[in-house]
Design a protein around this ligand. Structure first.
Ligand SMILES: [Zn+2]
Length: 321
């Protein structure tokens, strides 16, 4: 049942996301500056994503716990595909992960996850933190189950959630990405796909240290740029080696190498950006994770920063790096 739902959702997603053809890219006349010509939603909105998250401007708030269901279950079979814009992973066989709680007023079901990267390790993430870029950003897209499916959810302000994870470069390989990386060469070409059997859980693929996050109202970062996304950007970053990051840059779109696929930051305007205050009540870390290499890279950078934000307005211009 769950696998059937996952398949249907995937098909809907392919139609919605990729049915527009190869009419947008990241360079020249098909680049982000020109998306608005074909997609009005990408022009002039007040809630566009990504943004530069300025930690000195966040509103600290204690949210209820974020509840992650089936994130701890290894995924039986996933499908990895190159849709011309990114490497996209959907669940073919396995329990459908979902989330609720935190800043959310509904349950959101997993639809797909994908990545954004840059030409080198100094760029690649879409959202920035204190103007700092990261070499890779994972977006896990989930839809509001109140609206039945992804397609309907796209028509509502609270239709989608994107769980966003940033990466940092390490010397050591991240073993949780070995199986995923082994599939990347098979999808180097546009429209290629491969099934991967015996995949890790989403907990292992991301991080289980999820109590610290920033959340804001925004949009899809690709056309049609719909302003229907609640963003949840986690502070704890995922480690990945240079060689593992490099694998993404070998993909090709319909018109050549896809060596970068991040949209530049958009105006934050007067949006409220919230940061969760982790407490014993809302820090429900799973205990069954096998991930030993979960990063504290950004978190470590914030260890000094966060108390400063909490207790002292006068240090608000402090930067992460
Ligand atoms: Zn994305």
């Amino acid at each position: 049942m769950a696998s059937s739902i996952a398949r249907i959702v995937c098909l809907i997603l392919l139609f919605i996301c990729c049915g527009h053809g190869q009419d947008f890219g990241y360079d020249g006349k098909s680049g982000p500056d020109f998306w608005g010509l074909n997609y009005r939603g990408c022009n002039g909105g007040k809630l566009q994503s990504p943004i530069d998250i300025q930690l000195n401007n966040v509103i600290r708030k204690e949210f209820p716990p974020l509840i992650f269901e089936h994130f701890d279950k290894p995924l039986e079979t996933v499908r990895l595909e190159n849709n011309g814009h990114t490497a996209l992973l959907s669940i073919k066989i396995g329990n459908l992960p979902n989330i609720r709680g935190g800043p959310l007023n509904a349950t959101y079901n997993f639809t797909q996850l994908h990545f954004h990267w840059g030409r080198n390790d100094d760029e690649g993430s879409e959202n920035l933190i204190n103007n700092q870029s990261f070499p890779l950003e994972l977006h896990m897209v989930l839809f509001n189950t109140d609206y039945g499916n992804f397609s309907n959810a796209l028509n509502h302000d609270d239709g989608l959630v994107v769980l966003s994870f940033l990466f940092h470069r390490t010397i050591k390989e991240n073993p949780s990405y070995q199986k995923f990386e082994s599939g990347l060469p098979a999808v180097e070409n546009f429209n290629a796909s491969v099934d991967i059997v015996g995949f890790v859980s989403l907990d292992n693929f991301t991080t289980t240290d999820r109590s610290e996050y920033v959340t804001y109202r925004g949009s899809l970062t690709t056309p049609p740029c719909s302003e229907v996304v609640t963003w949840i950007e986690f502070i704890n970053t995922i480690p990945l080696s240079h060689d593992q990051i490099q694998e993404f840059r070998l993909l090709s779109g319909s018109d050549g190498k896809l060596n970068h696929n991040f949209r530049p930051v958009q105006a934050a305007n007067d949006r409220s950006v919230y940061m969760n205050i982790p407490t014993a009540n809302n820090s429900n870390k799973p205990t069954n994770s096998n991930q030993k290499s979960s990063s504290t890279y950004l978190k470590n950078n914030l260890v000094l920063l966060v108390p400063v934000i909490i207790f002292s307005q006068k240090y608000f211009n402090f930067a992460v790096n």
